[in-house]
Design a protein around this ligand. Structure first.
Ligand SMILES: Cc1cc2nc3c(=O)[nH]c(=O)nc-3n(C[C@H](O)[C@H](O)[C@H](O)COP(=O)(O)OP(=O)(O)OC[C@H]3O[C@@H](n4cnc5c(N)ncnc54)[C@H](O)[C@@H]3O)c2cc1C
Length: 411
């Protein structure tokens, strides 16, 4: 594996995805080479077949479909890193970049000047743009333990590679955080013969999201699968050559081969703030995904957009990144179409999965509709629940019977 985590099977330069030479100007510049960016390239191309596109991304790897990093790559024997890549190097494939599209990977944009229509790269070079997309995603909240070889704040392909190296059969991993990433990574590791200790702030697992019966069923499933659940908060810890020690607030120390920390993310809005764009828990955009600066758009985890049904919000999920990326790309190239999608999201936990739209919050009033067993008792592995706020109704569905491991990608 390369030091940057890309691995020999995914050398972006050899695969034709990385362009070394940065031009002075592009018709379109995309900052961040993640999921929204990959889709934005296609959105632009649907309107403009040969405008110059420069995509700048800090990660050395091409854009990957991140849900695969905590699901397919751990549970599907046919899953491969190649299969997660959203931009292929194969000429002739519909995701191959054309001669007018340049992916500059391992390249961070340090500053944006909307008045001059330029970005400045970290090495000081300046690049002009016609229109620009901010798609810098979200960054993990770091607390208690610094990221390192044995402490993984799980987001990237490099993080997946690192965890794979350590988390062999019989290894012990402490997963801190019982939210979205923590619960998925804990299940993926347990399914691969890894001993897992999952540190959660309270029980039942996912109780902040799910109605009590469903949360209890999920918690039971984790214990049945051998996951040790510990209630506590990350207070600190230490790392040495042999492993990691995670220290909790009550003084408990958990020794393991590695720790995965998933205690939330925050939108990466630094560039936008420094450039004077309107930021309010995300970069504020209108229904065309335009920011407060002329010719600057935003999409994906960083964008706070006016949802047609649910009102202003920021969504940290894959379908939102993909559909917003496509819509922003189209508009950057002159389509002038409002973004009218209300994106769904999903998660897979062992054999169970759920799909949801809107607010999933157990503090809201919930209406539940579950299948029943032969004795007429609710079977919390099959059914749906609807939450209601004064603003808008939203729904979550738990489909333990569908058997699908991953959801279809948004178009
Ligand atoms: C492990 C994992 C599993 C997930 N599973 C699901 C799931 O099952 N269902 C679901 O709905 N969602 C899931 N998500 C969430 C989903 O992947 C994200 O919402 C989506 O990736 C957001 O896309 P984005 O383009 O906004 O940001 P990202 O895909 O995170 O891309 C942003 C990119 O911008 C780069 N960048 C940042 N700043 C700069 C800069 N200044 N210059 C250059 N580059 C920069 C970053 O390095 C990063 O590569 C998952 C996320 C993770 C991490």
């Amino acid at each position: 594996m390369a030091a940057d985590g890309t691995g020999p099977d995914l050398d972006p330069t050899a695969r034709g995805v990385h362009s070394a030479e940065v031009r002075d100007a592009y018709d379109y510049v995309i900052v961040g080479a993640g999921m929204a960016a990959a889709k934005a390239v296609r959105g632009i191309r649907s309107q403009d077949p040969d405008g110059g596109i420069g995509v700048f991304g800090t990660e050395p790897a091409p854009p990957v479909y991140r849900p695969d990093l905590s699901k397919t790559l751990w549970v599907d024997p046919k899953g491969s890193v190649e299969g997660c890549v959203m931009v292929s190097g194969e000429q002739g494939s519909d995701t191959a970049p054309d001669e007018h599209t340049c992916f500059h990977l391992g390249t961070t944009v340090a500053a944006l000047d909307p008045a001059a229509h330029t970005v400045t790269l970290e090495d000081g070079r300046t690049v002009r743009y016609g229109s620009l997309l901010l798609a810098t995603g979200a960054e993990p909240r770091v607390g208690g333990l610094e990221p390192g070889e044995r402490v993984v704040y799980y987001r990237t392909l490099a993080d997946y590679r690192r965890l794979r190296e350590i988390a062999r059969q019989g290894a012990h991993v402490v997963v801190v955080g019982g939210g979205y990433i923590g619960s998925e990574v804990a299940a993926a590791l347990a399914l691969n013969g890894v001993r897992v200790t999952l540190v959660v702030s309270s029980e039942p697992l996912l109780g902040a999201l799910f109605p009590a019966g469903l949360a209890a069923t999920v918690t039971h499933e984790y214990r049945d699968r051998g996951v040790e659940i510990v209630v506590g908060r990350l207070a600190g810890g230490s790392v040495d050559a042999g492993g990691v020690t995670v220290r909790l607030g009550d003084g408990t120390e958990l020794a393991a081969d590695a720790a995965v920390v998933g205690i939330g993310v925050r939108p990466r809005t630094g560039l936008a703030e420094a450039a004077g764009l309107t930021v309010d828990d995300g970069v504020v955009v209108d229904d065309h995904l335009r920011t407060s600066a002329p010719d600057v758009y935003a999409a994906g985890d960083i964008a706070r957009y006016p949802d047609r049904l649910l009102g202003p919000r920021r969504v940290e999920h894959a379908a939102a990144a993909e559909t917003m990326g496509t819509a922003a790309g189209r508009n950057m190239a002159g389509a002038d179409r409002a973004y009218a999608t209300t994106p769904f999201f999903w998660s897979d936990l062992f054999d169970h999965g759920y799909e949801a739209v809107g607010e999933v919050d157990s503090r809201l009033r919930m209406v539940e509709d579950w299948a029943t067993d032969a004795e007429g008792r609710a079977d919390h592995s099959r059914g749906s629940s609807t939450t209601s706020t004064t603003a808008a109704p939203c729904a979550a569905c738990c489909c333990g019977t569908c058997g699908r491991r991953s959801r279809p990608r948004a178009s």
